[in-house]
Design a binder for this molecule. Structure first.
Ligand SMILES: [Zn+2]
Ligand SMILES: [Zn+2]
Length: 253
């Protein structure tokens, strides 16, 4: 499986402002930076976009992406998310003011986008991947996804603070190889992390011990102004198998 966290700063560098993971060629998780890919062919190959929640860093360029890849005809991008998130996206973004209502404009013969609701615990298969939505613990209802290609499995918990259910689900899976887990704040802002449903460095270290299996942990979603502070705190705790994501690097797992 190929996984890339798309770069989201200019010029492209390590800072992460937005969230889009590309999985192989045809699946994206979140659309924070998806519409910024300079290679329009790469954008066009993405046919299924799974959204974790409606926060702007996860959906910012969804309207731009759908505009970029629209081709007149019946085939269109599929947007997969919880029913609530699909509704928010339609009402608050594709509402004919902020952006054209691509849902209403879509017909059987000429489609911009198709919405497909997903449910926590019910896996769905797309582009040769089995994708399982799992509830996490953020300040709004949020789904993480576990992507399995039949050989390896990768977990994308999205934005979350401490959660037990997610790790129980992951412990029960037949395989799990990599987890892209967030750390948003340094320890001095632990109370803000708790209030907003995110991890600080210390809660991240506690959290990775909840999983009973050995995996490769890749830290994502560090707020750019705290990135170095978080890296130092995690390094000082000395956990095994933890690294920091390199945006734009293709992880072959
Ligand atoms: Zn969020
Ligand atoms: Zn976020």
């Amino acid at each position: 499986m190929k996984v890339e966290l798309l770069p989201s700063c200019l010029p492209a560098g390590e800072a992460q402002f937005l969230v889009t993971f590309l999985v192989n060629d045809h699946v994206a998780i979140d659309a924070g930076s998806l519409g910024l890919l300079a290679d329009l062919e790469r954008q066009r190959r993405v046919r299924h976009v799974f959204l974790t929640h409606e926060h702007i860093d996860h959906i910012a360029t969804l309207p731009i992406f759908l505009e970029n890849v629209y081709d007149p005809g019946p085939d269109s991008v599929e947007l997969l998310a919880s029913p609530d998130v699909l509704d928010f996206i339609h009402r608050d973004i594709f509402n004919g003011r902020v952006w054209p209502d691509f849902f209403e404009l879509s017909t059987a013969s000429d489609s911009f986008v198709r919405g497909t609701p997903v449910v926590a615990g019910e896996p769905i298969t797309r582009a040769g991947l089995t994708i399982m939505p799992v509830t996490v613990s953020h300040c709004v209802d949020t789904l993480g996804y576990v992507v399995d290609d039949g050989r390896v499995a990768v977990a994308f918990p999205s934005d979350t603070g401490p959660t037990e259910q997610f790790w129980e689900r992951l412990d029960a899976l037949p395989r799990l190889d990599v987890v892209f887990l967030e750390v948003s704040f340094p320890n001095r802002l632990a109370s803000l992390a708790t209030a907003t449903g995110h991890h600080c460095s210390a809660s991240f270290i506690e959290e990775i011990r909840r999983l009973r299996r050995d995996v490769r942990w890749i830290v994502v979603h560090r707020k750019a102004r705290y990135a170095a502070e978080i890296a130092a705190e995690i390094a000082a705790a000395g956990p095994r198998n933890v690294e920091f994501v390199a945006p734009g690097r293709v992880y072959e797992v």
